[in-house]
Design a protein around this ligand. Structure first.
Ligand code: NAP
Length: 261
């Protein structure tokens, strides 16, 4: 029998914010189609099923065209309307631009920008005939400042924020809403995975990932254009970033993100 629950699609949901967002949707009665690049996605799906909804895990690399397309085909062949899509998967790789391998810079763009545009295209074209849908794009507070020593990451997240706001306006009146989530530093494996565990930002106190996911979920449901994810200090910092000159924010971030020798 076909489930009467709504279906949400979430990229990068093996762990971290993607998994927390999957829990938010599950606790609100959604079935989840979820992707990750490792076998951990199957364990994550088991944990979601314990919340009494169905989970459909798919292992694919969001850095490749075929990987994005295979997750989309997997979700589409479920034959159900996708109510909500969370374009969450994203990576950073810390280090000075001049020292990093070009391949690593391009991998950030492939996942955070190219992969996001690719999945958004499939999702929007799926949702338009249904005249209904919600899209959450996970950007970052890094979208509001230059990010030296994560030189390509911040700009990739600025792309996500501007892309979300652009798409939102274009889709006004279609029944599809778009929301951007801009988390501050959050307690996931993100900075460790970026090789930045020993940087000041990597070892700083971080926002609670469950709080950030709940803020993102609620903003999506309330049709907000964007929400800052994190505590009051994080929100105040994001507001201050609107008026602080770029060179000042850049110098501050360099100190935070530089990996000690
Ligand atoms: N944590 C923060 O401080 C922070 C702050 C602002 C914004 N964000 C944004 O939040 C989003 C989620 O980050 P996070 O903190 O949850 O990071 P994370 O803890 O590193 O988790 C990354 C998730 O993405 C999956 N993933 C990684 N590479 C993938 C690939 N090539 N293909 C498919 N899945 C892949 C991982 O699963 P597998 O291991 O199975 O691949 C994992 O589920 C990102 O877009 C990030 O930019 C994070």
């Amino acid at each position: 029998m076909t489930s009467i629950r709504k279906l949400a699609l979430i990229t990068g949901a093996s762990s971290g914010l993607g998994f927390e967002l999957a829990k938010q949707f599950a606790q609100n009665g959604y079935d989840i189609a979820m992707s990750g690049s490792s076998e951990r996605i199957f364990e994550a799906a088991d944990a979601i099923r314990n919340l009494n909804v169905e989970a459909y895990p798919h292992q694919a690399d969001a850095a490749t065209y075929d990987g994005v397309e295979s997750f989309w085909n997997f979700a589409a062949q479920l034959g159900r309307p996708i109510d909500s899509a969370v374009l969450n998967v994203g990576i950073a790789i810390g280090g000075a631009f001049a020292d990093m391998e070009l391949e690593d810079n391009l991998r950030i763009i492939a996942i955070n920008i190219t992969g996001t545009v690719h999945m958004a295209k499939r999702v929007v074209q799926h949702m338009l005939p249904n005249q209904q849908g919600r899209i959450l794009i996970v950007s970052s507070v890094s979208a509001t400042l230059p990010t030296p020593y994560e030189t390509v990451y911040g700009p990739s997240k600025a792309f996500g924020f501007s892309f979300a706001e652009s798409l939102r306006e274009e889709l006004r009146g279609t029944g599809i809403t778009v929301t951007a989530l801009l988390p501050g530093a959050t307690d996931t494996d993100f900075h460790r995975n970026a090789g930045m565990a020993t940087s000041a930002i990597g070892s700083s106190k971080k926002n609670d990932k469950t709080l950030v996911a709940r803020q993102g979920f609620e903003a999506l449901m309330n049709d907000e254009d964007h929400v800052i994810g994190g505590d009051e200090q994080t929100k105040q910092q994001a507001i201050a970033n609107r008026t602080i000159p770029e060179p000042i924010k850049a110098a501050r971030h360099a100190k935070q993100a530089k990996i000690p020798d």
